[in-house]
Design a protein around this ligand. Structure first.
Ligand SMILES: *[C@@H]1O[C@H](CO)[C@@H](O)[C@H](O)[C@H]1NC(C)=O
Ligand SMILES: *[C@@H]1O[C@H](CO)[C@@H](O)[C@H](O)[C@H]1NC(C)=O
Ligand SMILES: *[C@@H]1O[C@H](CO)[C@@H](O)[C@H](O)[C@H]1NC(C)=O
Ligand SMILES: *[C@@H]1O[C@H](CO)[C@@H](O)[C@H](O)[C@H]1NC(C)=O
Length: 506
C-alpha cells in the first residue's frame, strides 16, 4: 500500500471514529499505536524526537548455557540486528535475528580464560501498546527469544582469545602477513601465554558479514571476518593508550598515568548509514581529562574512523569530539555504555548508574538512551589533545577552545509507569521483576509503518555479569550467589532526522 492511500485510509478512519462511540475509538488506537499519553518529545537538530514508550520485554534466564558449556552471560555488552533479517510477519508482528556479545566471562573472583564470542538469537516482537499492566510472565510474550548458536573469536593463527587480565604486552610487528600491516603492541595475559586478551564491549556489523569489536583492554577495535578471525587491529590516538611510567600497560586491575581508565574503554561502537564511518565512544573521561575520579570524569571522547576501504588502507581517525556526560546531584558521572548512529552528527547514547538487579543498591536514578548532536562541536583530532600529555580539562573545566557535543535527555528506562506495564519495577524489592543494573546495548529497526515512516524500535539488553547460582566457565561450575536474568527492552521512537531507507535492509 502506498503512503498516500494509507494516509487517506487513516483520515477516513478518524472520520468514522468521530461518528462511532468513544470506547471503540480508544480500542482501535490502543491496538495498533502506542497510547498517545506516553509520548515524550525533545528538540534536537531543529527537529522533534519522540519517545512513544516501552513496547516489549523479554529475557534469557540467568543459568542458560551456550553450546560450549559456558553460561550464556551478559549479552547486553553489545547487540546488533543481522542485516536483512528484520521483517514484518503475516500476523502483523515482527521477526528478526539479534547478534549479542558478552564481555570477558564470569570475573567476580578474578578474570577467567573465557574466549570472546557472539551469540545468535532469533526473536519475535509483538509490540504491546495498551496502557494496561501486563503480568511479568505475560509481558515476556511481547519479545520471545530463541538461541541459534555461538560464534567464537580468534586472533592470528586461529589462536583463541582470552578474558584473562592483560598483564603483559606482545611487541608490535610480529611480521604476520596481514593484509595491511602487522598488529600494534597487543594486550596478552603473560609472556608465556600469548593469547590476545579481549574484554569485548562494542559490536558493529558490516553488511558483508565482517564485523568490528571494541575492547576495554587496548582500548582497541578489531575487524573480524565472518568466521570470527581477526583481520585488522585499529589503535586509537596516543592520548587513549594506557601508559604506566611511560610504558604501555593494558591491565584492567589499576588505572594508568594517562590514557583510558581501567575497565572504561570503548563501550560504544557504531557504523554510520553508509558503513564507511565507524564511531567509538569511550565510557568516561581519559585519566588526563579527570577520568580517575567519577566526579570529574564527565568529559569523554567520541572518535570517528574512515573504514571505507579497510583492506586497502588502515582505518584512520577522521574526527574526535568531546561528549559531556550527565551527572548526578553529587556530580557523579553517568558513564556511557553504548552509542548508536541515528543520522549525520546525531547519535543515541546510553548512560546510566550501576544500581538495579545485580547490584547491592536496588534503587536506580538514571538509565537513559539520550540524544547527542555533534554538529556544533569542535573536532579536536590532530591537535595537542591527541598526545598522551594532552588534557582537554583545565582546572576542572573543559578547555575554553573546545565546544562539546550537545547532550539531550531522551528515553528513560526506569519510568515507573512504563515498567509497570510489563510487570517490572525500579527499587525494592530485590526480585526477578527488578530492572537489571547494567544496560549496555542499543539497536534500531524500522517500525515499517507507512503512517510513521520515521518510527523505529529501539532494542536494548542488559549485561548480567554472568550472575547465576548455576553457572559454568569452560565446563567448571560456579555459584555467583544470585540469579540475574538478561533482560531485554524495546521502545518505539520517532527519529525525524533519519534519512529514508537508512535501516530498510538491517
Ligand atoms: C499499573 O501498576 C502500577 C504499579 O503497581 C500502578 O500504580 C498503576 O495504577 C497500574 N496501572 C493500571 C492501568 O492498572
Ligand atoms: C602492568 O601493571 C601490573 C599491575 O601493576 C603489573 O602486574 C604488570 O607487570 C605490568 N605489566 C607490564 C607489561 O609492565
Ligand atoms: C607461565 O609462567 C608462570 C611463571 O613461571 C607459570 O606460573 C605459569 O603456569 C605459566 N603459564 C603457562 C600457560 O605456561
Ligand atoms: C559539582 O560541581 C560544581 C562545578 O564544578 C561545583 O560547584 C559543586 O560544588 C559540585 N557539587 C558537589 C556536590 O560536589
Amino acid at each position: 500500500m502506498t503512503r498516500f492511500s494509507a494516509t487517506l485510509q487513516l483520515c477516513m478512519l478518524s472520520l468514522l471514529s468521530l461518528v462511532v462511540a468513544g470506547p471503540l475509538k480508544k480500542l482501535a488506537i490502543a491496538a495498533t499505536e502506542p497510547d498517545p499519553s506516553f509520548a515524550v518529545s525533545v528538540q534536537v537538530a531543529g527537529k522533534t524526537f519522540v519517545n512513544k514508550g516501552l513496547v516489549a520485554f523479554g529475557l534469557i534466564p540467568s543459568n542458560f548455557a551456550d553450546s560450549t558449556d559456558n553460561t550464556f552471560g551478559g549479552v547486553g555488552s553489545a547487540i546488533g540486528i543481522r542485516s536483512g533479517s528484520f521483517a514484518k510477519t503475516l500476523d502483523g508482528n515482527f521477526a528478526g535475528t539479534l547478534i549479542v556479545q558478552p564481555d570477558r566471562g564470569f570475573n567476580i573472583d578474578g578474570t577467567v580464560d573465557y574466549q570472546a564470542r557472539q551469540h545468535v538469537l532469533d526473536f519475535k516482537l509483538s509490540p504491546y501498546y495498551s496502557a494496561d499492566n501486563l503480568s511479568f510472565t505475560g509481558a515476556q510474550s511481547t519479545l520471545r527469544l530463541s538461541y541459534r548458536g555461538t560464534l567464537l573469536y580468534f586472533e592470528r593463527e586461529h589462536t583463541k582469545t582470552t578474558g584473562l587480565d592483560a598483564l603483559a604486552v606482545r611487541p608490535a610487528d610480529r611480521g604476520f602477513p596481514t593484509i595491511i600491516s602487522a598488529d600494534p603492541a597487543m594486550p596478552i595475559p603473560a609472556k608465556n601465554f600469548s593469547h590476545l586478551s579481549v574484554d569485548a564491549e562494542g559490536l558493529a556489523l558490516n553488511k558483508d558479514g565482517t564485523f568490528f569489536v571494541s575492547d576495554e583492554y587496548g582500548p582497541y577495535i578489531y575487524l573480524m571476518d565472518p568466521a570470527g578471525n581477526l583481520l585488522e587491529t585499529i589503535q586509537p590516538p596516543a592520548a587513549f593508550l594506557p601508559l604506566i611510567d611511560g610504558a604501555l600497560n593494558f591491565t584492567g586491575s589499576m588505572n594508568p598515568d594517562t590514557g583510558r581508565v581501567a575497565n572504561q574503554g570503548f563501550e560504544g561502537l557504531t557504523l554510520d548509514n553508509t558503513g564507511n564511518t565507524l564511531y567509538a565512544l569511550l565510557q568516561s573521561a581519559l585519566v588526563q581529562d579527570g577520568g580517575d575520579d567519577d566526579t570529574t570524569s564527565r568529559f569523554t571522547r567520541l572518535l570517528a574512523f574512515d573504514v571505507s576501504a579497510p583492506f586497502l588502507r588502515r582505518p584512520e581517525v577522521t574526527g574526535e569530539w568531546v561528549v559531556p556526560l550527565p551527572q548526578s546531584k553529587k556530580n557523579k558521572t553517568r558513564a556511557a555504555s553504548e552509542v548508536h548512529f541515528v543520522s549525520e552528527c546525531v547519535f543515541l547514547v546510553l548512560s546510566r548508574d550501576g544500581n538495579g538487579h545485580g547490584n547491592d543498591n536496588d534503587d536506580s536514578s538514571y538509565k537513559q538512551a539520550d540524544l547527542l548532536d555533534i554538529s556544533g562541536a569542535t573536532n579536536i583530532h590532530g591537535t595537542q589533545f591527541d598526545l598522551s600529555s594532552g588534557s582537554i580539562v583545565t582546572d576542572g573545566t573543559l578547555d575554553s577552545s573546545i565546544t562539546p557535543g550537545e547532550y539531550v535527555s531522551f528515553v528513560d528506562f526506569i519510568d515507573d509507569t512504563q515498567l509497570a506495564r510489563f510487570g517490572l519495577h525500579n527499587g525494592d524489592p530485590d526480585d526477578q521483576t527488578l530492572i537489571d543494573a547494567k544496560w549496555e546495548s542499543l539497536a534500531l529497526a524500522p517500525c515499517l509503518d507507512p503512517d510513521f515512516p520515521n518510527d523505529f524500535f529501539l532494542f536494548s539488553a542488559a549485561d548480567n555479569d554472568f550472575l547465576t547460582e548455576d553457572g559454568f566457565v569452560n565446563g567448571v561450575p560456579y555459584n555467583a550467589g544470585i540469579n540475574n536474568d538478561n533482560q531485554f527492552l524495546v521502545f518505539r521512537l520517532t527519529l525525524p532526522t533519519v534519512p529514508e531507507k537508512t535501516f530498510d535492509n538491517e
